[in-house]
Design a binder for this molecule. Structure first.
Ligand SMILES: Nc1nc2c(c(=O)[nH]1)N[C@H]1C(S)=C(S)[C@@H](COP(=O)(O)O)O[C@H]1N2
Ligand SMILES: [Mo]
Length: 198
């Protein structure tokens, strides 16, 4: 007897409820795509409830251990893209380098143009949470977040800030750009935490 799973069944285990799979890579954001003529004009500020605030250049960031991780992304607008390969630095390595205080409960990600997203520290520290510079082996394109974007594959993709410029560790949970507009504070796609009332 054949007990193999049908493809549809395999996908229903892999794709969260009410998501459909796309092979394209849609571009979604508020505001405009920043232009970096040279990488020197980019840096990353790590601050808030830390022992040692950091101001990292792109070169500084590249000195951290590099990780390549494959995962699926799930956008709250309904599309999922399977098998993305990201390369970058683990978010937890940055947290450890800065010495996050025991009082920290949450993280605010700051992107260009004042765009923000918030998430629980626990999600930030997951082994699969990345500050990525490459997607499928190539540097990020400007519209997908060059030079650095966050990637939290276990949360809806809006938490994955493109053009990341700051990581702030906080005690309270401060709603970010979409969270202030009704999106969920956590955003777990498996629980369909799309909006604050979900
Ligand atoms: N800086 C910034 N990052 C952002 C956004 C944004 O508006 N600004 N939008 C988020 C949303 S809603 C989604 S779905 C993903 C889309 O990423 P992509 O354009 O690489 O597919 O980026 C997220 N990161
Ligand atoms: Mo989104």
């Amino acid at each position: 007897m054949y007990f193999g799973k049908s493809k549809a069944h395999a996908n229903s285990e892999r794709v969260p409820p009410n998501q459909h799979v796309t092979k394209t890579f849609p571009v979604l954001h508020a505001g405009s795509v920043p232009e970096y003529r040279e990488l020197k004009s980019w840096n990353l500020q790590v601050y808030g409830l830390v022992e040692k605030p950091l101001l990292l250049s792109f070169e500084d960031l590249m000195e951290f251990p590099q990780a390549t991780i494959s995962n699926d992304i799930h956008c709250v607008t309904g599309w999922s893209r399977l098998d993305n390969q990201w390369t970058g630095v683990r978010a937890r390595d940055i947290a450890h380098a800065a010495g996050v205080s025991g009082e920290t409960g949450f993280v605010v990600l700051h992107a260009e143009e004042g765009w923000t997203a918030n998430l629980p520290l626990e999600d930030f520290l997951k082994e699969t949470s990345l500050l990525a510079h490459s997607h499928d082996g190539k540097p990020l394109t400007p519209e997908h977040g060059y030079p650095i974007r966050a990637v939290f594959p276990h949360l809806y993709f809006w938490k994955s800030a493109k053009w990341l410029r700051g990581i702030q560790f906080t005690k309270q949970n401060h709603p970010g750009f979409w969270e202030k507009n009704g999106y969920h504070m956590n955003g777990n796609p498996w629980k369909e935490e799309r909006f604050s009332w979900d």
